[in-house]
Design a binder for this molecule. Structure first.
Ligand code: LRH
Ligand code: MN
Length: 430
């Protein structure tokens, strides 16, 4: 029996206070969209079917290499992280799955963890492996690489860890493994750029061979950090070639923060989709590097353009097109639950705006080389305030019309500050 963390009655009574204004806003937007030949209820139904997974590590405060500033009542283990993820799902109703990270979320009983999550109304999305840190008691270090390491024993250890993550994922009901490696160099000449890639391919094939029938392996590229001269899987090119080399179950995952500033990420999305290799996303935002800021907080237009490509992709599906949508952020200065609520809204909002694009007008203008009318087809959708659609879709599925207000009103964080251990000072992402 699902045991939701917050009082559903309290959420509904807060909604009751806001429903009249919402209905008025929804009706007014409905008339506006109706004049554009759009049925607002159809858009609401598509939005109600949309979901994005939240990262277990995003439910706690994140940090940088300089420092991490914990908050009282933040989760200290996977059980408390699931509770907070359930608060986000109960209020937003678009985040029903958690993407865990191992060994950060290691427990003794994964069947029990799956049950625990299900009782909170949650499931598990892609599993994230970790060969970018050394764990206490680990026989061999990843200091000189993991899947691309010179030492075959280190590569074997990294493959073994990923295979263990697949076994854990099967117990949790997941069907995908995300493989991001920090492998790379800080000095020209430090490693051979071709041979290190070949070692990565050989090792990744060992992971691929362990994938169950219906599973996928999502390769996550990243331009730099922790390596600052070369990264083995630095860009979408290195990633798609590896995915093609590995096989059908291997696809590419696009973390929005893993590109050089001003990279046209929406075009990368279109290219990966063209070759049936668009496996998933880690949504976040950034201004400079891999800042892992809240989705849509810096460049919401880019997020909209990414979803514009995804809606085009839905209209032109390729084999294996079922992208895994996940958030991957580091909440260094906000309450993580509020950032996840705000980010889920921004992501679902960009999907809703992309659904509002008049595709016939866009395609006609493109065929006619009518640049301005093609741009205006996107801009008209982008400047539409879809808040009433998101709020009504949320309220109709039991969520809050104003999730952050309902969260603050719940007193959840203060209550957890009484119950939970204090997280120590430190640095780094978790
Ligand atoms: C690497 C990354 C990867 C995760 C880590 C937490 O920057 O985006 O997806 O494993 O962050
Ligand atoms: Mn990521």
């Amino acid at each position: 029996m699902t045991q939701l963390p917050l009082s559903q009655e309290r959420i509904e009574s807060l909604n009751a206070q806001a429903s009249e204004a919402l209905e008025d806003d929804y009706a007014s937007l409905g008339r506006q969209l109706g004049r554009r030949g759009v049925d607002i209820d159809q858009i609401k139904d598509r939005v109600a079917g949309f979901s994005v997974a939240i990262p277990s590590w995003g439910s706690g405060r994140g940090g940088t290499r300089f420092a991490k500033f914990p908050i009282a009542g933040e989760p200290t283990n996977i059980h408390e992280k699931l509770e907070d993820c359930a608060v986000v799902q109960q209020l937003s109703r678009v985040t029903p799955r958690v993407s865990p990270h191992f060994p950060w979320d290691k427990v003794a009983d994964y069947g029990g963890l799956r049950e625990e999550a299900s009782e909170l109304g949650l499931g598990f999305d892609a599993i994230n492996s970790n060969t970018f840190q050394d764990q206490a008691g680990q026989p061999l270090s990843y200091a000189t690489g993991s899947l691309s390491a010179n030492d075959p024993a280190v590569r074997a250890q990294a493959v073994e860890h990923n295979v263990e993550c697949i076994e854990i994922g099967e117990k949790l009901g997941s069907d995908a493994l995300t493989v991001w490696v920090g492998d790379g160099t800080n000095f020209p000449g430090q490693q051979d750029l071709a041979r290190s890639y070949d070692r990565y391919l050989e090792a990744a094939a060992g992971i691929y061979a362990a994938l169950p029938e219906n599973w996928r392996m999502l390769l996550e590229h990243k331009m730099y950090e922790p390596a600052f001269y070369s990264s083995v899987i630095a860009d979408w090119g290195s990633s798609i070639l590896a995915a093609q080399e590995l096989g059908e179950k291997a696809q590419c995952l696009v973390d929005l923060g893993h590109h050089a500033p001003n990279t046209n990420i929406e075009q990368i999305v279109a290219r990966l989709h063209r070759f049936g290799k668009l496996g998933g996303f880690h949504f976040n935002d950034s201004k400079y590097g891999d800042d892992d800021l809240d989705s849509g907080s810096i460049n919401p237009h880019q997020l909209f353009l990414v979803f514009n490509e995804l809606v085009e992709a839905e209209l032109n599906p390729r084999s294996g097109f079922r992208p895994a949508y996940m958030i991957d952020q580091s909440h260094n200065v906000t309450d993580p639950i509020e950032s996840l609520l705000s980010s889920a809204e921004a992501i679902a909002g960009c999907y809703a705006k992309a659904l509002l694009v008049d595709r016939d007008a866009l395609h006609q203008a493109q065929n006619d080389n009518d640049t301005m009318m093609a741009f205006q087809a996107l801009r008209t959708a982008y400047r539409t305030d879809v808040t009433p659609i998101l709020a009504l879709a949320r309220a109709e599925s039991g969520g809050a019309i104003d999730p952050i207000a309902a969260y603050r009103e719940s007193g959840w964080r203060a209550r957890k500050a009484q119950e939970r251990n204090v997280v120590g000072l430190g640095a780094g992402i978790v």
